[in-house]
Design a protein. Structure first.
Length: 648
């Protein structure tokens, strides 16, 4: 490293210093050594190699990284053989390949680490039923009633408990038909079915999973597209050298700065800072008494806010109350440097009045989903969210914003949008999950998951799988298309679940249990991570609001004591890796209902909250994160917005 010369002199312009003390760069960013940063580094290098014309080297690096980080090279080989067997109708060969696929887990103590993608994992669990169904349909189409009936009772019947009831009834009805197409008068999906078309669909499902594994081979926690990475290698080198030069000349600039730990090279550095400082507060008690006196509580009682949903791109938050009011609340005091401010968000708007207490809110773009009692309602807020005029709030007609109302025979405990925004799932008190078409308002199908209430439901970011948590503590992963329960997450210690939420990358699931304990599941491997998050008070409430931040490593939770708790996983001690659960030695094609993926609680480290914000004066009813901000609401009628740099 170059050092300034010790020779002084005004004419030479050199800076005098002690040559015996070399300059030492004090780094203010610590890059975590995890799978995400390693895979993103590989992608940056690969992109640079391609730009320089080293395409062969880039391809070799891509394949080696895929093999080492995913351990799926053997799985893809088996899947290619299975595609050929399905195309040829060689079902015995397909079943042999299926057994190989299920047994391709690394042995205990192996150096190869199993990090299967969610697509491959879901495919492995769905293939037994898909292959069995295709064989049955071809037997029906061959007009061999005896063989079709025998195969149905032997191979299809065992799946009855793991697929939705309506789908099983369709297959049962086919026994009365001479061909599959004959049932098209009742089931339109079989209108153009042929054996070749059915085989092609299975092959396409397998190839899509293989394509995801090949196209996104680097990052375990996110699907990395084939486009150029947001950070170029040349830019990173220039920035590193510029920082070293600047710090050498002005060391006081970074002397007292706190070190920031990042676990992703692609995300903006501002997103590394968690929103744990109160930025602003809104008192809904004053707003309701001043502008909506008929909906305000009598006397000195406070407004019981039950849920909140941020629309920070429009500088507003939607809140719901125990009395059924759904209110658009602008954030007038938020400066443009924090939340983008719209010119029309200047007045509160009563969006909807529910007949029952509103249990929760969810959002997809300009659509708002609210549920309570036996109904779930979809509202279209495009006029408030997208309208450029300043009088949009004044001209808003709430009677025309109701898109659909879904009515159930039982009470609606939870609901969510699918990523496409055109499908809504609702969890009922009788243990049923109902999937609705949000465009036409028709019911698509029902899935009887349990006899106990479904208390929380979420979907992954592709919409191929949804996770339903029942009151008895069981979390089911269900394939959206077939309704098959692909796997379950079960804790041996009986504990009632309050709520669940998925991480931004859809690789981890956070579950909140009665009593205030939270546990984290790795849904790619089905393992329970060895952390027990404690400190939250929850002894009387059926639901505790939890949320991930912009990163998988930031966790938030509300509490009965009015506090909002924050955990930073990057500060937790990295535990010793747990051995992956071995795949069963043999899985019958007819199969029984899926076995729980995790069968024990691993040794867990108790993790106390990193930060506690005592903001509310009553129970915190909801917390939601949007971008680098956090919003919380409570039964005291207060609404808080948090950022990484508070102003309250």
């Amino acid at each position: 490293m170059f050092q300034p010369s010790g020779e002084g002199g005004g004419k030479s312009g050199r800076v005098a210093c002690d040559p015996g003390i070399p300059f030492t760069s004090s780094l203010i960013v610590d890059v975590a050594k995890n799978e995400t940063t390693r895979t993103e580094t590989v992608q940056i290098i690969t992109s640079w190699l391609i730009d320089q014309g080293y395409t062969s080297s880039a391809q070799l690096l891509r394949e080696e990284a895929t093999s080492q980080l995913r351990g799926e090279h053997q799985q893809r080989k088996v899947l290619r053989s299975m595609c050929r067997a399905v195309e040829e109708g060689a079902w015995d060969a397909a079943q042999k390949n299926l057994k190989k696929l299920l047994s391709k887990a690394p042995a205990k103590g192996s150096a190869v680490k199993l990090e299967s993608t969610s697509q491959i994992a879901a495919l492995t669990r769905s293939l037994p039923f898909l292959l069995t169904q295709q064989q049955f349909l071809e037997l029906v189409d061959s007009d061999d009633n005896q063989k079709a009936y025998t195969f149905f009772m032997k191979s299809v019947k065992p799946f009855e408990s793991s697929i939705n009831r309506e789908h099983f009834q369709r297959l049962n009805y086919l026994l009365t038909c001479k061909t599959v197409a004959e049932s098209a008068s009742i089931y339109a999906e079989y209108q153009n079915w042929t054996p070749d078309a059915g085989r092609f669909q299975i092959v396409r499902v397998i190839q899509n999973a293989m394509g995801c594994s090949s196209s996104y081979p680097y990052c375990r926690q996110s699907n990395v597209a084939a486009a150029a990475p947001p950070r170029d290698l040349d830019d990173l080198v220039r920035q590193a050298l510029s920082f070293e030069l600047l710090q050498g000349q002005f060391p006081s600039l970074t002397k007292d700065m706190a070190k920031v730990r990042v676990d992703s090279l692609f995300a903006p550095l501002q997103a590394r800072l968690p929103p744990k400082e109160p930025l602003m507060a809104i008192d809904l008690n004053e707003i309701m008494r001043e502008k909506f006196p008929l909906l305000a509580p009598k006397g000195d009682r406070r407004v019981r806010i039950t849920a909140c949903q941020p629309f920070l791109s429009s500088s507003a938050v939607v809140v719901s109350t125990h009395d059924g009011a759904v209110l658009w609340t602008p954030l007038e005091s938020v400066s443009a440097s924090y939340v983008p401010r719209s010119s029309f968000a200047h007045d509160e708007v009563l969006l909807y009045t529910h007949k029952y207490p509103v249990r929760g809110l969810a959002r997809h773009e300009s659509k708002l989903l609210c549920w309570g009692g036996s109904q779930a309602v979809v509202l279209n807020l495009a006029l408030l969210v997208d309208a450029p005029t300043s009088d949009a709030a004044d001209t808003f007609d709430r009677s025309k914003c109701v898109t659909n109302i879904f009515t159930h025979a039982a009470e609606t405990y939870c609901s969510c949008f699918f990523p496409c925004g055109t499908i809504v799932a609702t969890g009922l008190s009788e243990g049923t999950v109902t999937v609705w078409d949000a465009v036409s308002g028709t019911k698509m199908y029902e899935n009887n998951c349990n006899t106990l209430a479904i208390v929380s439901i979420v979907t992954n970011r592709t919409g191929t799988v949804y996770y339903a948590a029942s009151k008895d503590g069981i979390i089911r992963s269900v394939d959206t298309v077939t309704g098959v329960t692909t796997f379950t997450l079960v804790a041996p210690i009986t504990s009632e679940i309050s709520s669940i939420t998925l991480s931004p990358s859809s690789s981890m699931l956070l579950a909140s249990y009665r009593g205030g304990t939270m546990r984290l599941w790795d849904i790619l491997t089905g393992n329970l991570l060895p952390f027990r998050f404690t400190g939250v008070e929850n002894n009387t409430r059926l639901r505790v609001p939890i949320a991930f931040g912009q990163l998988d490593s930031y966790l938030f939770s509300g509490s009965e004591d009015g506090c909002v708790y924050f955990w930073d996983l990057t500060t937790c001690c990295e535990p010793e890796p747990l051995p992956a659960l071995a795949a069963p030695e043999s899985v019958p094609v007819g199969g029984s209902s899926p076995r729980p993926v995790a069968t024990r609680w691993p040794r867990a480290e108790m993790v106390r909250p990193t930060t506690k914000c005592r903001t509310h004066q009553a129970c915190v009813s909801d917390v939601k994160a949007e971008g680098s901000f956090l919003v919380s609401c409570g039964e005291d009628g207060l609404l808080y917005v948090y950022s990484s740099r508070g102003e309250i």
